[in-house]
Design a protein around this ligand. Sequence first.
Ligand SMILES: Nc1ncnc2c1ncn2[C@@H]1O[C@H](COP(=O)(O)OP(=O)(O)O)[C@@H](O)[C@H]1O
Ligand SMILES: [Mg+2]
Length: 331
Amino acid sequence: MTEYAIETENLVKRFANLTAVNDVSLKIKKGEIFGLLGPNGAGKSTTINMLLGLLSPTSGRVLVNGIDVHKEPARAKESVGVVTQETVVEPELTAEQNLMIFGRLYHIPKDELQGRINFALDLSDLKEFRNSYAGTFSGGMKRRLETAKALMHSPPVILLDEPTTGLDIQNRTKIWNLLREINSKQNVTILLTTQYLEEADQLCNRIGIIDHGKMIALGTPAELRQKIGMSTVIEVSADKEELVKVGQIFKKVGLEPTVLSNKVSAPGGESAVLKVEKLVSALTASKVKIHNIAMHEPTIDDVFLKLTGSEVRDSTGEMTGAGPAALLRGR
Ligand SMILES: Nc1ncnc2c1ncn2[C@@H]1O[C@H](COP(=O)(O)OP(=O)(O)O)[C@@H](O)[C@H]1O
Ligand SMILES: [Mg+2]
């Protein structure tokens, strides 16, 4: 038995002349909650689809529970539950009927089926909606029903592609709790993709940051923060026209600024407080108008910024102008 639930070795996927996934090697241990974090177009879904055997890699290998997905697709699939990026619940069936059909597809024995349905409805907090049509559900409820579906055949591994994109914070929290519960109580290994920095930070034991198909960082949230060697981040937000001037003032007081779309950011270093004092005096003297000045512990978006030199992009490649602990923009 392997200690890894998921392994990829030098995984590559090319579409014509675009390399969507570029040499990704990953080892996810059984029992982990692993987050693949990256902006739109980073290669997250392509990676997940190769893990599921839905796409063949251009090169490289994928193992799920030690089984080669492309050599033995049926066996590999048995051990995996999936929540894809698109909604796939049947709108004309009730929550319970959706789960029933899925259970039959997976050949769950008849005498176990009702018990499993109850369990899945309970976990996903949909018990009171068991007889409601899935078509009437909110986005968050549909997502929860899909997660329940993925758990019906009690797979040891589940893959979720952006399970919370576009959901409000209540629904996001419900899905997080559901995932934490199956992870801790049933030792289900979870691989999820996300555009949300905060989600990766709070939910995942380990994070892989993917950008342009390349894994640019891998580690626990704490390791990632350490890796960039930042103890404190200093930020000044201001109107767009003022940002270049603000950046120059940062330099004057010995800070190394990155000018973003709505703010200037710099690692504070050892004497961050002293530098902030100098910065405030210099800003006041210059009469540059600012909105806010702040110091905070580095977040995963500071890590992203430091590693890529850019804010998280949206689908058009434009900067999102996202603030600290903000989200990568949804589709
Ligand atoms: N079937 C396909 N044919 C051509 N290009 C594709 C295909 N699927 C994805 N891509 C491209 O590969 C890149 C990665 O896409 P994807 O894996 O969907 O990113 P993510 O899920 O991180 O948003 C994008 O540039 C996307 O346009
Ligand atoms: Mg995707």
